[in-house]
Write a protein that binds this ligand. Structure first.
Ligand code: GLC
Length: 738
């Protein structure tokens, strides 16, 4: 508590200084002026967000809806806006919002796929293109980026985030905020970002969505906060509270989170919205007595806008009259909402140009960017005998339920992407090869093997076979947790059937999460893992299969051998008995083995010592050789910058891009520290035979963490440092912080 007070005082000093010294902006003056004219009912109206269409015009006309979500019909939106602006007493425009998660019309790879690119620039470009298309449709607020750290692929929403690593999460999250918001929110092509779900939602017990989380303050600060803090500092305009409770406190009613940390410690001045009825759900949590109590708790915790609980609009006036909620807090909330509306220029330009979308949707440059992102998001997991690229094959068999599935290929949260614009792999491959097309299965859960003989016969007539498997879009995303991560239906059997033909077999997986595909790897020569690649997934995959493009993606999450290993992540603590990789495995256990004879360390008897693929892993058509990392010196002070270099050589036959990764390990801390932490990465493209010295500059201050005293400090001591192609390989070098 002492520390929190100290941090709050520090934050308050910052805020006080800022408020005393900074003159009120023009917008602040407009907000204060408007606020002074508003009735309590009108103020509460601004705090009310509803989902629907033109039927909400009547609510807007009464000034009782501050924001609308889930309508993309521009005529209906203009009708709602007209009612708000021309019929309500004060004419305050409605803020139009939507989940534009990985594209509006042009759909990019799902966010976990964008994370696999380790290319913040492409994520920013995708977000910008999303904003251009969405704002043309009248949407000025998106509920993205999702910054939830995810360590458990059973959780369906790993699809929407950047995976398991805080550093990668920061880079991709900040890039997307910049893309959505551009240089200036008043730019009609900009829309407010919404960093979500604050906080810890991805740590749901058992990977079951919405479930309890038990996260210490130190873990919150070291693992789950960093991307939110960075995105807040980058100017994210809004933040969404999460459904989960942390140690018994639902985030939507968590004052420590929403006021002490977000406002007082971080000094963030944006607008806080609940998740869909997450205020109302505090009744189900057992945190609130009734809807009125949820409104009291959410507002007193620091929530500004209520998404779809109807609690605020029904009860806040009563709560103010009863003294349970202060009008000062209401004014602060409404100030945050009005400030955003002025910043977006809604008062000057509230209406949508109904011809605008047609000029930007699916623009060639948007499709090109989506294809580039899909190429970069594909991860080459295996390539036995360098079967890929299929640059000699003339006739190929294309089979599998994801080969020609325009809707599934878009992935989860792609509401407004139109499948008729999707270019599937089948369509794209027909331009490159003589294609024999045999679906084999109709959809990913299909168990009908009646056409398998036909598929195998077709494979025997082809030079090679490409099998597209994975997940229907509905099998990942919100509320879609899985306890078994194997390929659904008879997809694995389809792969095995094709393999019987004895021709080269390439498997392409399109999924919303890392699946457990170890047995499928045994039945194919090569595997490309593309997550759901979006509108241009077909041309991207065709270029990769043909060799017109070279895979560069890396795993943004650990790939498991078995769902029973979850949660499994590279940046784990070491435990007192770390696995050393020689322990006895299930099938080697002698009959009547002695109780302690197998090795007393942390591993699984059945699924072994580690995951299938580690974080940061991905092959190329070329090969890369790393020299040992070199440091400028062996000892650093706390204000120094560590310069670390490595010689990287392309030792293969293709020009290719390698994502060079910098990891450190703090060997001894006042609390135990992860066995590795990503602290930098760089995409390096080299021609065959070329080499380059890749240098990272790592400020010692980036090694800070929340220590035993809950202070954010760099502790002196010894560190290891790696520069490698993934989180599990490479030589290390030591350095000391004095
Ligand atoms: C959903 C999701 C959230 C989304 C919101 C609005 O339940 O949890 O991510 O932005 O509701 O659709």
């Amino acid at each position: 508590m002492k520390r929190t007070l100290r941090l709050m005082l520090a934050g308050a000093v910052v805020a006080l200084t800022a408020s005393c010294s900074a003159p009120k902006s023009e917008i602040d003056r407009k907000v204060d002026d408007l606020l002074s004219k508003m009735t309590l009912r009108e103020k509460v109206g601004q705090m009310n967000q509803l989902s629907g269409g033109a039927e909400l015009a009547a609510v807007a006309a009464k000034g009782e809806m501050g924001s609308v979500l889930n309508c993309v019909d521009v005529k209906q939106l203009n009708a709602i806006q007209k009612a708000a602006v021309e019929e309500s007493r004060l004419g305050i425009p409605v803020l139009i919002s939507r989940d534009v998660i990985h594209g509006f019309r042009t759909i990019f790879p799902i966010p976990i796929g964008l994370a696999a690119t380790f290319d913040p620039a492409i994520a920013e470009e995708g977000a910008r293109i999303s904003a251009v298309e969405a704002t043309a449709n009248g949407i000025r607020w998106t509920f993205s980026p999702m910054l939830d750290i995810a360590r458990d692929p059973r959780w369906g929403r790993v699809a929407e985030g950047s995976g398991e690593d805080p550093y990668l999460d920061v880079q991709m999250g900040v890039a997307m905020v910049k893309g959505y918001q551009g240089e200036d929110l008043s730019d009609p092509a900009s829309m407010a970002a919404c960093i979500k779900h604050f906080v810890g939602y991805g740590a749901a017990e058992g990977g079951r969505d919405y479930n309890s989380t038990m996260i210490s303050e130190r873990s919150l600060r070291n693992t789950y906060f960093p991307a939110f803090k960075a995105a807040a500092e980058a100017g994210a305009a809004t933040l969404m509270t999460s459904f989960n409770e942390i140690d018994g406190i639902p985030s939507t009613g968590n004052k420590w989170l929403l006021k002490d940390v977000l406002r007082d410690e971080w000094g963030w001045k944006g607008m806080v919205v609940t998740d869909w009825n997450s205020a109302g759900e505090m009744i189900a949590h057992g945190f609130s007595r009734d809807l009125k109590h949820t409104a009291e708790q959410a507002i007193n915790a620091g929530v500004d806008m209520d998404m779809m609980s109807y609690g605020f609009i029904q009860y806040v006036e009563e709560l103010v009259k009863e003294g349970k909620v202060s009008e000062k807090d209401i004014d602060n909330a409404v100030r945050n909402i009005l400030k955003l509306k002025f910043e977006l220029g809604l008062f000057e330009n509230p209406y949508i140009d109904e011809t605008a979308s047609a000029k930007v949707d699916y623009a060639p440059e948007h499709l090109e960017a989506a294809k580039k992102a899909a190429v970069e998001s594909a991860i080459l997991l295996q390539n036995k005998g360098n079967v890929l690229p299929l640059d000699k094959a003339k006739t190929i068999l294309v089979t599998g339920p994801l080969a020609d599935a325009p809707y599934e290929q878009l992935g989860t949260w792609a509401f407004d992407g139109q499948p008729e614009h999707t270019v599937t792999p089948l369509t794209a491959l027909r331009k490159e090869y003589n294609v024999i097309w045999e679906p084999g299965l109709k959809y990913s859960r299909d168990n009908d093997r009646s056409s398998f003989a036909k598929v195998r016969a077709a494979a025997s007539r082809a030079d090679a076979a490409v099998v597209f498997v994975g997940e229907e879009a509905i099998l990942s995303g919100e509320a879609h947790s899985l306890s078994n991560l194997n390929l659904q239906g008879a997809q694995s059997e389809l792969i095995a059937e094709v393999a019987k033909a004895g021709k080269p077999v390439v498997v392409v997986v399109m999924a919303g999460r890392p699946l457990t595909i170890e047995r499928d790897l045994a039945n194919c020569d090569a595997m490309l893992y593309s997550f759901h690649p979006g509108t241009m997934g077909g041309p991207a995959l065709a270029d990769l299969i043909k060799g017109k493009a070279v895979p560069s993606g890396k795993t943004p999450m650990t790939f498991l051998r078995d769902a029973g290993q979850a949660p499994f992540y590279y940046n784990h603590n070491n435990s007192g008995r770390p696995c050393h990789g020689t322990e006895t495995l299930l099938n080697d256990i002698p009959i009547a083995a002695g109780q302690t004879s197998l090795g007393c360390t942390s591993y699984y008897l059945d699924s072994g010592y580690g995951p299938l693929f580690p974080f940061g892993y991905g092959l190329s058509y070329s090969t890369f050789e790393y020299g040992n990392p070199v440091l400028e010196k062996a000892e650093y002070g706390k204000d120094d910058v560590i310069k670390a270099s490595v010689e990287l050589r392309n030792t293969g036959k293709y020009e290719a891009t390698e994502i060079v990764q910098l990891y450190v390990r703090d060997l001894v801390g006042s609390v135990v520290r992860p066995v590795k932490e990503l602290k930098g990465f760089e995409r390096v493209t080299l021609a065959p035979g070329d080499s380059k010295t890749v240098t990272f500059e790592l400020p010692v201050s980036d090694l800070a963490f929340w220590n035993i005293d809950m202070e954010y400090v760099v502790e002196p001591g010894d560190f290891n440092l790696w520069i490698a192609g993934d989180s599990a390989t490479g030589e290390s070098v030591n350095f000391t912080i004095r």
